[in-house]
Ligand binder design. Structure first.
Ligand SMILES: Cc1ncc(COP(=O)(O)O)c(C=O)c1O
Length: 419
């Protein structure tokens, strides 16, 4: 790699994914363009979304209730179609994926089914520093069962002076708490540090202890290839507004391994949309769950909330997660290389140097000046984010970011810190 704009431009010219950038609106204006490195918070808008949304509005006008079964894109098919595409992205069988609710709600729904404390086995083991919503969900799940989180919640954090959680510390804790653990729940990629967890290894260790393994994939889905079925993961939840570009608050996803989801007797919080499609409109008193994760749906699908994710997944359908990952490793690697070139003024990259232990995001520790630096970056048109106490997160997204943007960003950073 080279610290020159010519090198960055050459990488862009040779990038087999370069055409995808044209599929997305770039934020900012022609006079004040932006470099957008916040796809880990909210992905950009695919250009096709507006037309697709307008078409659905027209269809609603024209068809009314018949829109559910209209010839083009019947609304009734939205959840299944989207789930099928997502199944490819997360490495699942189509029936193992449901599209519904939002991430935290799905976590509650799945834990209601799967976290069934039983005598000695009642604990939940999590990564310390998980996204707050997960912490609130887990803590309140424990309380729902009358379990004191001080006893029921095991949190595994980084060692003193370190930022990342070591796999060996997670596996050691699972062995230590053994048959008292009901569920092991970690992120796929930690939102703050950008650390990618070894989902397969954690799952295997949880299973050895007789526990279930679940994952919050908010920062992993659409970011890197996943093989949830083959890794034998029990359950996972995600949102679709980050790397999947589904728009703010877009509908969430859930994975339930088929050995769990085909069990129709499995306890769940039921609603009519989880009923067998064939008998849903028989309006019978008895709930007849669909086999598969779809049996966990409760309500009528929020069609307008699904249009953007559906449009975005068409773009994903034209490439593969491996292609996306190949570019991502180079793009984020280039950001890392240029940051290191800053010499003594370089921030500490707390995400770590191993591309196999991270996704697109780098979390940069600037300490106290971070908030001010983040403001000055924003003024200059670089969209990153600041997380207390001293981290700036940057996530070049392979579908729409360019090497030259990475170069320009670090060049500006150099002038701001006087490197
Ligand atoms: C890692 C992680 N988990 C959970 C959530 C919460 O998701 P939701 O608001 O869709 O429930 C977020 C939101 O950004 C997140 O980043």
């Amino acid at each position: 790699m080279e610290n020159t704009v010519e090198f960055a431009r050459r990488m862009d010219a040779e990038d087999p994914m370069r055409f995808f950038r044209e599929e997305f609106h770039q934020p900012g204006s022609a006079e004040k363009p932006q470099i957008y490195f916040c796809g880990n918070s909210l992905g950009l808008q695919p250009k096709s979304v507006q037309e697709d949304l307008l078409r659905e509005l027209e269809d609603w006008k024209f068809y009314g209730i018949d829109g559910f079964h209209k010839p083009r894109a019947p609304w009734v098919d939205y959840p299944r179609e989207i789930a099928d595409r997502l199944a490819e992205i997360v490495g699942a069988n189509p029936k193992e994926v449901a599209v519904m609710n939002a991430l935290t709600a799905n976590l509650h729904f799945l834990l209601c089914s799967l976290y069934r404390p039983d005598g000695k086995r009642y604990r939940i083991l999590v990564e310390a520093g998980a996204f707050p919503s997960d912490q609130y969900a887990v803590e309140t799940q424990l309380k729902f069962h009358g379990i004191d989180p001080a006893d029921g919640l095991i949190e595994i954090g980084p060692r003193e002076g370190e930022y990342l959680v070591r796999l060996e510390d997670i596996t050691k804790a699972i062995r230590q708490y053994g048959d008292t653990i009901s569920v092991v729940l970690t992120g796929g990629v930690n939102y703050y540090t950008g650390q990618l967890f070894d989902i397969e290894a954690i799952t295997a260790e949880a299973h050895r202890a007789g526990a279930l393994a679940g994952f919050d994939l908010a920062h992993a889905v659409g970011n890197l290839p996943l093989r949830l079925h083959d890794w034998d993961v029990d359950f996972a939840v995600w949102c679709s507004y980050k790397y999947l570009n589904g728009g703010p608050g877009s509908v969430g996803g859930a994975f339930l391994h088929e050995r769990i989801s085909r069990d129709r007797k499995r306890m769940r919080l039921a609603g009519w949309w989880g009923n067998e499609e064939k008998t849903r409109f028989d309006m019978k008193k008895e709930f007849e769950p669909q086999a598969g994760a779809g049996g966990w749906q409760t309500s009528t699908p929020p069609v307008f909330n699904m249009v953007a994710i559906r449009s975005s997944l068409e773009i994903f359908g034209r490439t593969s997660m491996q292609m996306i990952r190949n570019k991502s490793i180079l793009l984020t690697g280039y950001l890392e290389f240029l940051l290191r070139e800053m010499g003594p003024s370089a921030p500490e990259i707390i995400t770590g140097p191993d591309p196999m232990s991270r996704g697109a995001q780098l979390s940069l520790w600037f300490g106290e000046p971070a908030a001010d630096l983040h403001r000055r970056l924003a003024e200059a048109g670089i969209v990153s984010d600041f997380r207390k106490p001293g981290v700036i997160r940057m996530a070049p997204a392979p579908l729409y970011n360019r090497f030259e943007e990475v170069f320009d960003c670090v060049a500006l950073l150099r002038t701001l810190v006087g490197a």
